[in-house]
Write a new protein. Sequence first.
Length: 306
Amino acid sequence: MKPKRPSKTTKNVDTLYFDGLNLCFRMVFSGSKLSSEGKDTSVIYGGVKSIKALVEIHKPNRVVFALEGKNSRAKRKAIYPEYKAKRKGNLPIPKEDFYSQVNDLEDLLYNLGVTTVKVAEFEADDVIAVLATANEKTSLIISTDGDYLQLINDKISVYNPTKEILIHKKNFKEVVGVELIDFLDWKCMIGDKSDNIKGVVGVGEVIATEICNFMGYRLTLEAGVENVDKKWKKIFTPEAKEQFELADRLINLGRTELSLEETLDNLVDGAYDADEVKDLLEDVEAWTLVKGYSFIEKAFKGLDNY
């Protein structure tokens, strides 16, 4: 199904949450931006421009930039050692140069008044899930990672910047193809190839959708599987149930061990400093951004702390 492209605008957004590494990887693969010495600056240059553009569109009160904490995969690897084992990690620039840019972008955003956060042994999606679900006002998550779709509710929406699709509660089935209430079951059945999560062996999107339209995996288990269609029997064997449970432990952001208190303790509220930002932009020779700094100032100045 080809999804429609709804408007990028979400009214009355309180907080924009950016999946930091997701954004940085997109920037480094979007095309090189070189300094006079031939140093790649695409993460810094593209990151600032991308965040600025979305801040201008949505006009949030607060912006949060979440990064992976130290040993961020540790907890999920303890559950499943093969978690993300097939990630190639190929970058168009040396790894150390990429992460140096990530650090520089983090510094830039801090001086633009953006709140930054990372928690040891937790991934950015865990951090954003805790903050967004606890936020009593509206939240918009910016990422291409489909795991965030499970968080959508009356207050939380997700924007995929690559597909330019804004997904919210009202258009969820139209865009995603299954009901919001069934999405987590659907995801756990089919697994996630990008994270090397197998899901229920032999179950693809078609069968998973049929199960969701019938009753959903969990509700079918609760109701008893004696009367389900013969072709579905293999999906509810003891082995299949174990596979589903494993996928749920890895995918379900509601099962994170991260507390709100620990997350808030790791927030770093930005402090707007135009001179520092200009110096950092000049250091990486982002002259276009320096020249048009008044537009950056207009977008970022006045953001609230978290």
